[in-house]
Ligand binder design. Structure first.
Ligand SMILES: Cc1ncc(COP(=O)(O)O)c(C=O)c1O
Length: 394
């Protein structure tokens, strides 16, 4: 037996199966709470939260420089572990505060000139739209917005909407990997190729894929990618990441500088971390979070997250009074499910789901993504999916 096959089998043997029974106890959600809002915030894993709070207490009991010497090597260890999880090099990873910050660091970091075009989609998150609008104003550049065909049935349909908008002036294409609005999964590698043929930068907002999807970032061929630990990875609040492909790092200037930037000359993506005093004890929580993802296996997490959302979509199809808002086609979908209720008052249904069943979700009041957003994750059980379906039917 080859070494890699043997280590794979060993890893599989020590990995507990990702059943609801195995995962539920790993988070500290209140009993009876049916939490399906990972697209916004997921509960922090218990072990990660415990480690973080223990380290925070230690820090506060002794904030002396001597007691803080552990944090620099710890941040390097977290960086390396995250890089390994994503198939990246440690130099390509910055530990930021959230996806919003990471998106802004890219928008502010790129050198643009008058006349340049920045291509976005109509369903980018505001942090990946407004940041570019500001950047366009500053540089005399133009923001171009591609339509989002929310009922698309193939990746090619999504790609085509961007292809149509590329011109010789396109310098940036910035999209969501999975939209937070109706849960459309964009074909990122093809979009990156499109960007590079046009000599443009490809930035991907991965807030809705980082943590559930089995990502190998080099395979996406992108230039930069952002994510938040407090969403799908089930990490501590206010923690994020930014990946920048090594070869393209010199093209970006950091938007925020603090002490020691010029003297220390931080290497690689570390130049985006000069954000002043940080919540260093949180690194312990991040370390535990990444250890959990790596030891559980991202392929297993992805399979479980998709199985739950597929069960939900199938159940919805059998309820005549509700409809999917968005594609739902497996080739362009993930675990973010938007539901629309023709002829019913959205707020009433949203409130009833909460008051009568303690179902916690998100709601969009208007626009082409109006509806209720369910984002189940690995700590949800099949029984909870079925409970939500029964509640919607009622
Ligand atoms: C696609 C997308 N990008 C960025 C963000 C912002 O994430 P954060 O608030 O963690 O910065 C969100 C949050 O919902 C999102 O859905």
């Amino acid at each position: 037996m080859s070494l890699s096959r043997r280590s794979l089998l060993t890893a599989a043997a020590v990995r507990p199966a990702l059943t609801a029974a195995a995962v539920k106890p790993l988070v500290a959600l209140n009993k009876g709470l049916v939490y399906m809002n990972a697209a916004n915030i997921a509960p922090c894993g218990k072990a990660a939260l415990d480690e973080y709070l223990k380290q925070l207490a230690d820090f506060q009991q002794n904030p002396a420089f001597q007691n803080r010497e552990i944090y620099k090597p710890l941040s390097e260890s977290v960086r390396s572990k995250l890089a390994a999880l994503l198939g990246a090099a440690p130099d390509e990873i910055a530990l930021t505060r959230n996806s919003s910050e990471s998106n802004n660091l890219i928008a502010q970091g790129l050198r643009l000139k008058p006349g340049d075009e920045i291509l976005l989609t109509a369903h980018n998150h505001p942090s990946n739209t407004q940041s570019w609008q500001l950047r366009a104003q500053q540089a005399g550049a133009t923001v171009v917005v591609a339509d989002v065909p929310i009922y698309a049935k193939s990746p090619d349909e999504l790609l085509a909407t961007l292809q149509k908008k590329v011109t010789p002036k396109t310098r940036v294409i910035a999209v969501s990997h999975l939209t937070n609005t109706t849960g459309l999964l964009y074909p990122i590698a093809a979009i990156a190729d499109l960007a590079h043929q046009a000599n443009a930068w490809c930035h991907v907002d991965g807030a809705q894929t980082f943590g559930w999807m089995n990502l190998h970032l080099p395979n996406l061929r992108i230039d930069s990618f952002s994510g938040s630990f407090h969403k799908w990875p089930m990490g501590p609040l206010e923690s994020g990441m930014l990946y920048v492909k090594a070869a393209r790092l010199p093209e970006l200037t950091p938007a925020i500088l603090s002490i020691d930037y010029w003297a220390d000359k931080p290497t690689g993506a570390r130049k985006f971390e000069t954000l002043g005093q940080r919540d260093d004890p949180k690194l312990r929580g991040l370390e535990k979070t990444i250890d959990f993802l790596a030891s559980t296996g991202m392929a297993q997490i992805e399979a479980r997250a998709l199985a739950l959302s597929n069960r939900f979509r199938s159940g919805l199809a059998a309820i005549p009074t509700v409809a999917l808002k968005g594609s739902g086609h497996p080739s362009v979908s993930g675990p973010v499910v938007k539901v629309h209720l023709p002829n019913q008052d959205l707020a009433t249904v949203y409130n009833r789901l909460w008051t009568q069943h303690r179902i916690a979700i998100a709601k969009t009041d208007s626009g082409d993504a109006a509806g209720l957003r369910f984002s189940p994750h690995i700590y949800n059980t099949e029984a909870e999916i079925d409970l939500v379906l029964r509640a919607l039917r009622a």
